[in-house]
Design a protein around this ligand. Structure first.
Ligand SMILES: *Cc1c(COP(=O)(O)O)cnc(C)c1O
Length: 400
């Protein structure tokens, strides 16, 4: 059912890309660990000679397990093709370095995964690529940032760590009207919630390490987009930069994807329960979850997301001291970074540290961030435990 676009997400998550007729595939995604393959005599030796689908010659170019993961991701995102990488950072860097040349300009979300913000702020300008970070929840701010040299707008929605949303359809329309492409980091939404390509995005970027894998045991990343763009990306960023995913990690992520729709439903239910509990807790100042009636972009969330994901952030009186207490007292939650695993995680992100070291926000943009977080934000990744146990755990740890 490789090309069966009429199937639902849960069916695609298990079957898309599999070829009927290969016996072991009836029951299992094949794990092919080989680094090289018997080649046709006319296979060629240079990636520059590549045209058409990449053959299985060498695993950094392509590999049957990685290829199946690419096909499955493309099907889930409704894109023509995908390229998988060793991590989400490798996917983002791969996309940017294949698209942006000296003299070009990038517009990106001013609140996003810290590694992505740091890559844009610290590395790209040294290579002659100018960047402008704006509040992408404000389409007018994106418009004001566009220049004649702008090549790419890169947004993250919901964004890490404050779960602020960006309107994909509106930004795609704006970018295209200026001849600019749009990339959407959809790690937190997953294809279960949102399919950015259908809303006009040119590229979807994922850290597969998170919900796609789902079990916290494999790093991976992906870019999904048009066939010819993915061919160019494979040549530059995979074959020449070399950040190929280990096929065993790809196999773990394929296994994770099979339960992604079911897991996202459970993550959402747990997040709804925890967000509702926190909302009523007297020590808690502000709770953010895209599915909550109190989320400032509730209407956009309903329009753009079919599932509100499992990330909740809250701010509370006590800041860093409270973080220490929670790290000590919580028993079901783990005090740890990352997100999208079976087990629930919590992490405290102090506002001024993030603003200064990663986001470099000043003035109105800094004030807008502080307005969402206060002195710091607790980022929760709600896992698959019983919501009642998660709530009881938070309740006992928050008690003064
Ligand atoms: C984790 C994350 C990344 C980076 O992915 P890695 O797999 O850790 O390299 C990028 N974007 C978002 C939104 C993330 O959460």
């Amino acid at each position: 059912m490789t090309a069966d676009v009429t199937k639902g997400q849960a069916t695609k998550a298990i079957h898309a890309g599999s070829k009927p007729g290969v016996p072991e595939e009836a029951v299992l995604n094949p794990l092919v660990r080989a680094t090289s393959f018997y080649a046709a005599a006319d296979s060629g030796f240079s990636a520059n000679a590549l045209n058409g689908p990449p053959p299985f010659i060498y695993t950094r170019w392509n590999n049957p397990t990685n290829d199946l993961l690419e096909k499955r991701l493309a099907a889930l995102e409704g894109g023509e093709a995908a390229v998988v990488f060793a991590s989400g950072m490798a996917a983002t860097a791969g996309l940017w370095f294949s698209k942006l040349k000296a003299g070009d300009h990038l517009v990106l979300s001013n609140v996003c995964y810290a590694g992505v913000a740091e890559l844009a702020h610290d590395i790209l300008p040294e290579l002659g690529v100018q960047t402008t970070a704006v509040d992408t929840s404000d389409v007018a701010a994106v418009q004001a940032a566009l220049r004649p040299e702008t090549r790419l707008v890169h947004i993250e929605t919901p964004c890490n760590p404050i779960l602020r949303l960006a309107d994909i359809a509106a930004i795609a329309q704006l970018a295209h009207a200026h001849g600019v492409e749009l990339a959407v980091d959809s790690t937190i939404a997953t294809p279960v919630a949102t399919q950015p390509i259908a809303l006009g995005a040119d590229y979807v970027v994922h850290s597969l390490t998170k919900y796609a894998c789902g079990h916290g045991d494999a790093l991976g990343g992906a870019v999904i987009g048009r066939l010819h763009d993915m061919a160019a990306l494979r040549k530059t960023s995979l074959i020449h930069f070399g950040a190929a995913i280990n096929p065993f990690a790809a196999w773990l992520i394929l296994r994770g994807l099979e339960t992604l729709p079911a897991r996202m439903a459970a993550h959402q239910a747990g997040a709804a329960a925890v967000a509702a509990f926190l909302k009523t807790h007297r020590g808690v100042r502000r709770v953010l979850w895209p599915g909550a009636p109190s989320h400032p972009q509730r209407d956009l969330a309903r329009r753009q997301m079919r599932n509100f994901s499992g990330m909740v952030s809250f701010s509370a009186a006590g800041g860093a001291a409270l973080a220490r207490r929670l790290a000590e007292r919580l028993e079901v939650f783990s005090y740890a970074v990352s997100l999208g695993k079976t087990r629930s995680l919590i992490y405290y992100i102090p506002t001024e540290e993030l603003l200064g070291a990663a986001f470099h926000l000043v003035g109105r943009d800094a004030d807008a961030y502080r307005d969402w977080t206060g002195e710091g934000t607790f980022r929760l990744s709600i896992g698959l435990e019983d919501p009642a146990d998660l709530i009881a755990d938070l309740d006992q740890a928050l008690a003064g």
